[in-house]
Design a protein around this ligand. Structure first.
Ligand SMILES: Cc1ncc(COP(=O)(O)O)c(C=O)c1O
Length: 456
């Protein structure tokens, strides 16, 4: 038995054999993708327009033709029932008819104005209903929403520092791509980042004492936290962790910024509503526009007053907080987001997909038990995933210990060859708004088949 993954040597040998066979089958199914890849490598690094499109997969790059509902189809005509849901960017599903109508109507009226359009008001109202904050600003991605929220935090507190929780991912912003090296030092998680920002600290999730040791110095402008970690599998907060973080922030004059980019799709109102916490700022983006780019950040009335009082002008005569972008808050983003949040991602629909997520998690545990595997499932509303052991992780170190690339890569290619697109390995399968119970059962049926072969 391999203690880190709960798999025996024999099961790992089976996985190696399945993986080789399935990789060959995958190659044979995607000749047009392979041909496009060969052409694309002469035009784009790695043959892709955006590096994650190849970096996240161990199979050759799949080129997509179109999508509809819960599935997309590649250029070779193979369809895939999608449980990656675009890492939350396509959680609505593909080509939703109502969204298609809104996009067409907005295209006919102009997609970009560089002035406010009325749907912004309804979007703010929808976000207030979810997260309790009434004042909002818009960007084009969650990364830039986080950038702006942190800038406002620095101005509001007059402090430079930032506290992050290990296992986080908050986007492409320079100041969050760092990991703890021990003894308070940080190391870059990627190249090209330059020197670390001032007073940046990274502590373990669920470790309030470590957070307090940093905050006590009163140099930290903001704690930026995903209330449930979703980028190293799923790590849930202990009872008292989020309220404790809130209390520490209030005690030491630090702002609490909750990143709901993923968790807002797990449950209606995300972790803020589920755990009943009152953040100073909330950030998000990804699928709230149904796949049309948008980022959003919300703030308290007090912070809104500060932002409103520091709006810079284009001549430089008034120096304001470094916010905004030419295409941010464009008419198309806001029109789509209004309809998605008010008509399509309703509380009832959120409840429905949270039940589907529960069905996924229950099914993963049932399938594991039936094969004498001592596994648990990650679960948070519509989010699910694999924990290859009896104890759920409490922090990123424990979550990373559970990663098993052989199992996740074999599962991905095995499922792909049978018409299911599995989540990237840092996440788990997620129920989306276009899924139904039969889709969940299709996924679980394949899992049973794979485990039969792995354990047989
Ligand atoms: C929690 C969280 N915040 C922010 C981001 C950044 O989102 P985007 O890449 O859309 O800017 C991500 C992306 O995965 C994320 O997982």
């Amino acid at each position: 038995m391999d203690s880190s993954t709960g798999l025996t040597g024999r099961q790992r040998d089976s996985l190696e054999r399945i993986r080789r066979r399935e990789d060959a089958a995958f190659h044979a199914r995607v000749p047009k993708s392979l041909a496009l890849d060969a052409r694309a490598r002469r035009l784009m690094p790695g043959g892709v327009p955006m590096s994650w499109m190849t970096a996240f997969y161990r199979t050759p790059t799949l080129w997509v033709s179109h999508g509809s509902g819960a599935s997309f189809t590649d250029v070779d005509g193979n369809s895939y029932l999608d449980f990656n849901v675009g890492d939350m960017s396509t959680v609505l599903g593909y080509a939703h008819p109502r969204l298609t109508e809104v996009i067409a109507a907005q295209a006919a009226r102009g997609v970009q104005m560089f002035l406010p359009v009325e749907p912004a008001l309804a979007v703010c109202e929808q976000l207030r209903l979810r997260f309790g904050l009434s004042q909002w600003q818009f960007t084009l991605s969650a990364s830039t929403a986080n950038t702006e929220a942190l800038r406002v935090s620095r101005v509001a507190t007059g402090r430079p520092g930032l506290l992050l929780l290990d296992g986080k991912y908050h986007g492409q912003l320079q100041e969050t791509l760092w990991a703890d090296e021990g003894a308070g030092a940080v190391v870059p998680e990627a190249t090209g980042l330059g020197t670390p920002p001032d007073d940046l600290a990274v502590v373990d999730f669920n470790d309030l004492d470590a957070a307090e040791r940093v905050l006590r110095a009163r140099r930290t402008a903001a704690v930026l936290v995903e209330g449930v970690l979703t980028n190293c599998g799923t790590v849930l907060p202990d009872d008292g962790f989020l309220p404790g973080l809130r209390a520490l922030c209030s005690r030491y004059g630090t702002l609490l910024v909750v990143d709901e980019t993923h968790t807002q799709f797990d449950l209606y109102g995300g972790v803020v509503a589920h755990y009943g916490i009152a953040p100073d700022l909330v950030t998000g983006g990804k699928g709230i526009g149904g796949g049309v780019p948008i980022g959003a950040w919300g703030m308290t009335e007090e912070l809104a007053a500060l932002v409103g009082s520091q709006l810079g002008d284009e001549t430089g005569a008034t120096v304001g907080i470094a916010l905004g972008g030419t295409l941010f808050a464009n008419a198309l983003s806001l029109a789509c987001t209004e309809v998605v949040l008010s008509e399509l991602m309703t509380p009832a629909e959120h409840d429905r997909i949270a039940r589907l997520g529960g069905r996924l998690a229950d099914g993963i545990e049932t399938a594991a038990r039936a094969h004498q595997l001592p596994w648990r499932a990650h679960r948070f509303g519509a989010r699910s995933g694999y924990c290859p052991g009896p104890e759920l992780p409490r922090n990123a170190r424990e979550a990373h210990r559970d990663f098993d690339p052989l199992f996740s890569d074999t599962r991905r290619v095995y499922f792909a060859n049978r018409g299911v697109w599995e989540a990237i390995s840092s996440a788990g399968p997620h129920a989306g708004f276009a899924h139904d119970e039969a889709d969940i059962d299709t996924y679980l049926g394949l899992l049973d088949d794979l485990l039969d072969e792995m354990c047989g």
